[in-house]
Write a protein that binds this ligand. Structure first.
Ligand SMILES: Nc1ncnc2c1ncn2[C@@H]1O[C@H](COP(=O)(O)OP(=O)(O)O)[C@@H](O)[C@H]1O
Ligand SMILES: [Mg+2]
Length: 245
């Protein structure tokens, strides 16, 4: 009954085939910034995406996160080819399958830590309920912030804010978490705590991670290091992570 192709796809979180991206199409400023990217991530991978500034890392993450569409090639998320999906279907797939952690946490300042973690559940399911709150409180506990759960987002430290953002990214139990310089704004110690948290979630739940970082120390703690230079993948190698600390 189980179709072999479909079964294989379940283990493949992400597949890119010849993905291209141009900006300013049809204008004099038209420029191609991704020149045909082939990439696969299997379920449970913990991969770093590195490379010089301007090389296209954020552009690539935006495409993978279904926040923007490729100008060529094919992109599969959880086995689903995305080019023919309309906005509503893309939003649904994104909400179900993908969690985001950005360099800036983008928490809603007027809301508490727990409420911020509830936001993705609210946008998927409409009205708040007790199950949502409980799930958010569990996530807040998982990131070590129980004591601050009812603090407004502005009343906790930068490192704590980023941990709330991580909890929020996990709210919908995404298959894939995309992190764009997730610790770029943090001091070394807070950065280590936040990064270890990502690693722990990966080990415990098999969530796939793709983490953009310019910090070689963090890249060395990933299982795979992918390097993007001038819109092309120039290296992709397995890595034996160094232990933290
Ligand atoms: N919205 C946009 N319009 C035009 N050019 C863009 C846009 N976003 C990014 N770029 C250009 O695309 C290239 C890759 O940028 P980016 O993906 O941000 O790289 P990275 O994250 O690796 O620093 C850069 O030359 C940048 O100027
Ligand atoms: Mg960037």
């Amino acid at each position: 009954m189980v179709d072999a192709v479909a079964a294989g796809a379940i283990h493949e979180t992400l597949r890119l085939e010849g993905v291209r991206k141009s900006y300013g199409i049809g204008t004099p400023a038209e420029v191609e910034v991704l020149h045909g990217i082939d990439l696969r991530l299997q379920r449970g991978e913990f991969a770093a995406l590195i490379g010089p500034s301007g090389g296209g890392k954020s552009t690539l993450l935006n495409l993978i996160g279904l926040l923007d569409s490729p100008s060529g090639g094919r992109l599969f998320v959880e086995g689903q080819e995305t080019s023919h999906l309309d906005d509503e279907a893309l939003t649904r797939l994104r909400g179900r399958a993908i969690g985001f952690v950005f360099q800036h946490h983008y928490l809603l300042p007027e809301f508490t830590a727990v409420e911020n973690v509830m936001m993705p559940m609210l946008s998927q399911q409409g009205r708040p309920n007790q199950a949502m709150r409980r799930r958010a409180e569990e996530l807040i506990e998982q990131v070590g912030l129980t004591q601050w759960r009812n603090n407004k987002a502005t009343d906790i430290s930068g490192g704590q804010q980023q941990r709330v953002a991580i909890a929020r990214a996990l709210a919908m139990q995404p298959a894939l978490v995309l992190a764009d310089e997730p610790t770029g704004n943090l001091d070394t110690k807070s950065s280590d705590v936040a990064f270890e948290l990502l690693r722990q979630v990966n080990r415990q739940s098999g969530t796939t991670f793709l983490i953009v970082t310019h910090d070689p120390r963090l890249a060395q703690r990933c299982d795979r290091i992918i390097e993007l230079v001038d819109g092309r993948l120039v290296a992709d190698r397995p890595n034996t992570p160094l232990q933290a600390g």
